[in-house]
Ligand binder design. Sequence first.
Ligand code: NCD
Length: 306
Amino acid sequence: MIKHLRSAADLDAATATLILDTAGEMAALSGREVKKLPALRGRTVVNLFYEDSTRTRISFEAAAKRLSADVINFSAKGSSVSKGESLKDTALTLQAMGADAVVIRHSASGAPHRLANWVDGSVVNAGDGTHEHPTQALLDAYTMRSRLGRLDGLKVAIVGDVLHSRVARSNVLLLTTLGAQVTLVGPPTLIPLDVAAALAEKTQVSYDLDAVLPDSDVVMMLRVQTERMQDSYFPSAREYSRRYGLDVARMKKLPEHAIVMHPGPMNRGMEIAPEVADSPRSTIVEQVANGVSVRMAVLYLLLGGK
Ligand code: NCD
């Protein structure tokens, strides 16, 4: 088993499949009255969050607790980070406290890689800048597999702000490893040529959502990440939504069996219409529930739980 999960590229098909299968066993537990397993009793998991998070943070905390680990939640706000303490000094503090695993979310791409040099425990990337978010890709793959029965040969459209999306990058890496066919869809400004070129071996690119929908098994809508945008990438929110938003009329172009995904948080009315987000095809709430099982599997396998 790998020691760290910093990138979806750390996972070969066998390891990724093992994580998904283990997540399935973990999910079976959540139906029981007592949801706890003693697997990580006496181990310490630190959640080190430098960027805002709702789902990911709660999910990692729930996952570690269900495995009986001791959980320490650290948020940059209100810590010595606001006094200017560096990531390295924070890491050395965690090391001194004996963290067996550190789950890190940071605005700097590559922060988990640096951290892994400074701590002995396992490092799990919970989102680094615009780079990667491997456990999101795992929970997305898990959700697709449980809804559609397979990943191999599945046609997945990832739509919207690809440029700023760590979710998209990790999904491309993982899904292609597992045999799915990925098409990136969005305005040219949000799928720049260098990104398209870097991913070209693995994916297709389209600027026309309406053309891609009829041939997709999965459509994954991405949040428009205005907080990461320094320029104007499209004329207006309304214009964006008209071309790349998933509304009810567009959803009807999907095949009968196709599902609609979104990692959250959503801009309802912009990249996704409320009626679509709340429709039976949407897996958005399921994705959150599956996130806990997948993160349990990741922590369990990385820490060699018994
Ligand atoms: C994503 C993230 O933070 O990268 N959300 C998540 O983890 N569920 C996507 C986003 O912020 O748009």
